[in-house]
Design a protein around this ligand. Sequence first.
Ligand code: TYM
Length: 349
Amino acid sequence: MNTMTKPVLLTGLRANNDLHIGNYFGALLPLIDMARTRSAEYQINLFVPDLHSFTTPIDHSQLQAQIIHNLRLFAAAGLPLDDPGIHIYRQSYISAHSELAWIFDCFTGFGEMSRMTQFKDKSARLSDDRVSVGLFNYPVLMAADILLYGASYVPVGDDQSQHLEFTRDIAERLNNQFGELFVVPKPVKDQHDFFGKDQGLRIKDLIDPSKKMSKSDESGKGIIFLGDDPETAAKKIMGATTDSIGVVHYDPAAQPGISNLLTIHALLSGETIQAVADHHDGDTSYGDLKKEVAEQVKDFLTDFKAKLMSVNDEQLTAKLEADEAAMNQVANQMLLRVQQAVGLRPKAV
Ligand code: TYM
């Protein structure tokens, strides 16, 4: 089983673009909050799934800089770099991820992958020749990312819940066939309870609030990136799509744009959505609500920019390299157990 002694909390954020506030509040912050407060009880892994970054076409000349930028964002978001209980790494520097993914591929059904809603959504937006096999089976690599380290808790936004369920399925499938190999991550509901109020959320695109805010989206107008100039980001909020009802209610189905602004407001102020929704319920000026959220976004990004400027790059690189060496050992041990189980290596005597 897991070679580490403490329960593992793990998450990854792709580097196909700058991270946005959905990534920040959906996945990064819950893990960093845990890292700050509970690293004595948990092993914390935060990694850049760089191999996942080009499941849809990207500008490859930007990828290397983007990977480093995202690692710096982790530090700017408050990840303690001097804590030995916290690990940061790049997926492609640990080849066990790819090797385990191949083994999992052979235990995964075509139908199972075809049912993944994220694949259906993303592939629908691309022409057939741009829909890669990598996009199709990326949840398999994601399962390897999680199961190699025996992670029990994986904070992710709502769009990744189905992939997490698949991870549980494949872990149980191999455990049933080969004996207890993997720690099965907790069910999504337990994860939400564990990480608290912001879990499982889905921040919507500002221009088209019927879809999630997504960094794969090329126009960028409906997205608040962590690296956005604060004034530009405030303008994006002012330009957010609302509705013609004219009265503020938190009602994601009938008023998705307004409800999204209330959600962003709540996340930025640290209040619950309920509290913010109650406070604004019945207001008749969408403009005033937008101005309030725009100011909050501006303050948040100004502060974040200052934190980004003060990241210690030398300390970050040293930690990254040391952690990658350590994680290679952990991951290779797990991979060997799987290779032995499936008959690729002789069993230990
Ligand atoms: P990625 O890189 O698309 O997104 C990173 C994290 O941000 C969350 N997220 C959101 N949360 C709320 N609202 C949004 N609009 C929003 N958009 C994105 C995502 O749910 C995710 O948690 N497959 C993963 C990366 C990955 C991973 C892993 C995660 C690869 N291996 C292992 C956890 C464990 C992905 O593409 O996330």
